[in-house]
Design a binder for this molecule. Structure first.
Ligand SMILES: Cc1cc2nc3c(=O)[nH]c(=O)nc-3n(C[C@H](O)[C@H](O)[C@H](O)COP(=O)(O)O)c2cc1C
Length: 199
């Protein structure tokens, strides 16, 4: 099952990619899951300005970069959103990108990995509501990374060995979260396949 790891920050010097790499590597260690990083910085998505809400507009004319992002999301079975906290919420870039989504996340499941001074907890709570409204379920387990990501993670996405060894630290939380995500992703993949077969 394909799990996309969406990196929610785009600024120069961001730490998002190192956390994304850590998550992708952990996804690939779970039986049956295959991780792929989707970096918002690789898409030049303009500010959303469509005249009608996407989920109520079958005749949408979609910006080509936004469409490329949506088409990418559409092929995944499940998602992990890696989000920092900006002003007690998610980044404008991630919110803007998600405003374009119509059916791509529908009847699938997402997990959230957040970071910031309180583990990105406020951003994670906002993101949960946004994902639910976008049609995705959200697993109850989550990862909130406390502490400075530049000290915790190498640029290549390797977590400090001592912290990684703590089962109650971020590595343990990520494993638990991904295990649940795998279960829910399997269940929704099966359910969608049965629905298609019945048509
Ligand atoms: C515009 C902006 C607003 C921020 N607001 C918050 C905040 O409200 N709460 C918080 O805990 N951290 C806040 N931070 C700190 C970020 O969470 C932290 O720098 C994080 O590493 C940013 O992720 P990034 O490096 O992937 O962009 C803010 C950072 C920026 C750039």
């Amino acid at each position: 099952m394909k799990i996309q790891v969406v990196i929610g920050s785009t600024r120069a010097g961001r730490v998002g990619p190192r956390i994304g790499k850590w998550v992708e590597s952990a996804v690939n260690q779970i039986d049956g899951l295959e991780g792929e990083i989707i970096d918002l910085a690789d898409f030049n998505i303009p500010f959303f300005d469509e005249p009608i809400s996407p989920r109520y507009n079958p005749a949408r004319e979609i910006d080509s970069e936004a469409k490329r992002f949506m088409d990418k999301l559409a092929v995944a079975d499940g998602y992990v959103f890696v989000t920092p906290e900006y002003n007690h919420s998610i980044t404008g870039a991630l919110k803007n990108a998600l405003d374009y989504v119509d059916t791509q996340l529908g009847r699938k499941v997402s997990a959230i990995v957040s970071y910031g001074s309180v583990g990105g907890a406020r951003a994670a709570e906002h993101l949960k509501g946004i994902l639910l409204e976008s049609g995705s379920g959200v697993v109850p387990q989550a990862v909130a990374i406390l502490g400075s990501p530049t000290e915790l993670f190498s640029e290549g996405g390797v977590l400090d060995a001592e912290i990684a060894a703590n089962p109650y630290g971020p590595a343990g939380a990520l494993h638990k979260t991904l295990t649940e995500l795998a279960w829910w992703t399997g269940a929704t993949v099966d359910a969608r396949a049965k629905e298609l077969a019945a048509v």
